[in-house]
Design a protein around this ligand. Structure first.
Ligand code: NAD
Length: 373
């Protein structure tokens, strides 16, 4: 039987990537793919995910999808970074070794800074420290090693200011005093910091988590009401702030929603970006695109590249307020969902820089020509 050949170049071109690197070390069990989507704005930065993919194709599609997402995220956040991501194929519970991560680190080093890695699902600070033994192109290492440590407090702060920008749009002022906010995943790293910021400003909290024992201290400290998973989508409130998992805004949940705003840190909240973004708009729910409101984490590691300073990272994350306001204004002006407006904003910035670079190269070529005439 003829073996099907996977059309790798067609797939890569359809996502618009610059470069895809396959990394292999049989002895150490390393199979990894690095996706560099776009480096117009700067080096491609994005985490390394370790996941037991069913096959190589699935891993490639995931790295292409994730690295393209990073291009948009960095561009909208106003950072001088491109979009990249890496995947290591394997079980993160049983197949991690120092050798594996050091071998991967040598591949990252081979890219001479075109790709900078960080933590992601299935990898930890410890793994980043192994990678750091081989390359300096790694972020998200511990504070003791000159890194930025846990990014969650900055992500939570950015989410908090993003919620305020949305509240300002819907209510005409950005006070959270008395506003009802539902937080899914409130027991997590981002969720618990977010609860603190919201409570301190007088918001009334409704909290949910898969593990209820995580919620008890939060409910006590922040006078929050614990709600069930179903109530996350049926409770009448001002804001729903997803801080757990992706895909929760979909055909089933949208009809149930009784909130005015969805603004939270979870990645990939819309099961289908175009379809569900439009459904929310038609229902009159303001949606803060997830990769815009949760960009505090990326802002945090970006700061590590310049010598980490928490105050500066928080200050930069406060800019999410204006960025989201800009996205909302574009969405209103052009009558398009916010998820599409944020993509437009990202593309405009990349194209402007790309054109400026082209003009500069053209000028340099002409200078060179005139000197040699
Ligand atoms: P986390 O694992 O610390 O917290 C997630 C919480 O969600 C946990 O308490 C978990 O028990 C809960 N949870 C899992 N499944 C659930 C379910 N079905 N229903 C309710 N609760 C559930 O993760 P985190 O670092 O706090 O990140 C939260 C989200 O924000 C993730 O989607 C992550 O990708 C995204 N994010 C995080 C950062 C960051 O800086 N940590 C940055 C950007 C985006």
């Amino acid at each position: 039987m003829k073996k099907e050949i996977f059309p790798a170049f067609d797939t890569i071109e359809s996502y618009g990537h610059e470069q895809v690197v396959y990394c292999s070390n049989k002895e150490l069990g390393l199979k990894a793919i690095i996706g560099i989507h776009n480096t117009t704005l700067g080096p491609a930065l994005g985490g390394t995910r370790m996941w037991n993919y069913a096959n190589d194709e699935e891993a490639l599609i995931d790295v292409l999808r994730l690295s393209r997402g990073m291009t948009y995220k960095a561009a909208v956040a106003g950072l001088n970074l491109g979009g990249g991501k890496a995947v290591i194929i394997g079980d993160s519970r049983t197949q991690k070794t120092e050798g594996l991560f050091r071998a991967f680190g040598r591949f990252v080093e081979g890219l001479s800074g075109r790709y900078i890695t960080a933590e992601d699902v299935g990898t930890s600070i410890k793994d980043m420290e192994y990678i750091m033994m081989e390359t300096r192109h790694v972020t998200g290492v511990s504070i003791e090693l000159g890194g930025s440590g846990d990014p969650s407090p900055v992500t939570a702060y950015g989410t908090y200011v993003g919620i305020k920008a949305c509240v300002n749009e819907v209510f005409g002022n950005d006070s959270l005093n008395g506003k009802k906010v539902i937080i899914q995943g409130a027991g997590g790293n981002v969720g618990k910091h977010l609860c603190k910021y919201l409570f301190e400003e007088g918001a009334v909290l409704f909290v949910n988590d898969l593990f209820e024992e995580k919620l008890k201290p939060i409910a006590e400290k922040y006078k929050a009401k614990i709600i069930s998973e179903n109530e996350v989508f049926t409770t009448e409130a001002d804001v729903l702030s997803p801080a757990a998992l992706g895909g929760i805004i979909n055909d089933d949940t949208i009809p149930k929603l009784k909130v005015k705003i969805i603004a939270g840190a979870a990645n990939n909240q819309l099961e289908d970006e175009e379809k569900h973004g439009k459904m929310l708009k038609d229902k009159g729910i303001l949606y803060a695109p997830d990769y815009v409101i949760n960009s505090g984490g990326l802002i945090n590691v970006y700061n590590e590249l310049e010598g980490y300073n928490r105050e500066r990272a928080l200050k930069q994350a406060s800019g999410i307020y204006d960025i989201l306001t800009n996205v909302i204004n574009i969405s209103k002006k052009e009558n398009i969902p916010t998820a599409i407006a944020s993509k437009k904003l990202a593309e405009e910035r990349i194209n402007a820089v790309s054109n400026a670079k082209r003009i500069r190269i053209y000028r340099d070529v002409n200078l060179f020509k005139s000197r040699n005439q």
